[in-house]
Design a protein around this ligand. Structure first.
Ligand code: PEP
Length: 246
């Protein structure tokens, strides 16, 4: 399986930020893992143009479940593909919290992404209260409902992102990550069948150059979804290098 280092720029970056992507590509022309950046929608076409023919892939941060229509401010999956995206992040905890997205919404968006030929990166993860209550695995099991049952390793990536670890500098212990990823592989197999063995399971939540190698050594961790550290080419490049070496 080819691993995946995915960067989520969130609502950060104007055209000037594309210089970071240029630097990243120049420093990592042929990584042995996939390298993906998901910039704001305004930069997808420009980033895709500069990434064409390089080691960098480009993704969106969300899409609408419908193919087109009266949805002001939203973006259809086919529009992302048309702008050059190959992936789309779905169900990020910030979308779930800020926009009230449910597992059913994420499920519908994943079907739309697949129909447009995009790889869906579906995010799941527990809140701190759920972790403290000892219900993490129950939450993960329930969030499997966001994964359409006929997705495959070709069109699906799962990102395990504990909500309390996103943007906080805090991470679960390596054992906690290992427990969830092993559980995730089993549950995903139950949901989509044997193709689950080839689905990349990313860890996300305060991944940085200093902890990447330890996290990538955990079984069933097939890459990372990186927020803050993806904004700087040097930091994201170091994470790409750690994944390539894992
Ligand atoms: C994220 O946005 O998915 C994320 C994991 O952010 P950070 O790396 O900043 O914690």
């Amino acid at each position: 399986m080819r691993k995946l280092a995915a960067g989520n720029w969130k609502m950060n970056g104007t055209a000037a930020a594309l210089d970071e992507a240029r630097t990243l590509i120049a420093a990592h022309p042929a990584p042995t893992c996939d390298m993906l950046l998901c910039p704001p929608a305004t930069l997808i076409a420009q980033l895709s143009a500069l990434a064409k023919g390089t080691s960098l892939q480009v993704g969106g941060q969300d899409c609408h479940a419908a193919a087109s229509g009266a949805h002001t401010g939203d973006i259809a999956a086919a529009m992302l593909a048309d702008a050059g995206a190959t992936h789309v992040i779905l169900g990020h905890s910030e979308r779930r919290a800020d926009h009230g997205e449910s597992d059913a919404d994420v499920h519908a968006k994943a079907l739309a992404a697949r129909a447009a030929g995009l790889i869906a990166i579906i995010c799941i993860g527990e809140t701190e209260a759920q972790r403290d209550a000892g219900t993490t695995l129950d939450v993960i099991a329930a969030q499997m409902a966001s994964v359409p049952v006929d997705m495959t390793a070709q069109n699906l990536v799962i990102a395990y992102e504990p909500v309390w670890a996103i943007g906080t500098g805090r991470t679960p212990t390596l054992d906690q990550i290992a427990e969830v990823h092993a559980f995730l592989r089993t549950r995903l197999t139950g949901r989509i069948g044997t193709t689950a063995a080839g689905v990349r399971l990313l860890y996300g939540g305060s991944v940085k150059p200093s902890n990447a190698a330890d996290i990538f050594a955990i079984p069933h961790v097939d890459g990372a979804l990186v927020g803050g550290a993806s904004l700087k080419a040097a930091d994201f490049g170091a994470i790409v290098a750690a994944l390539s070496a894992a």
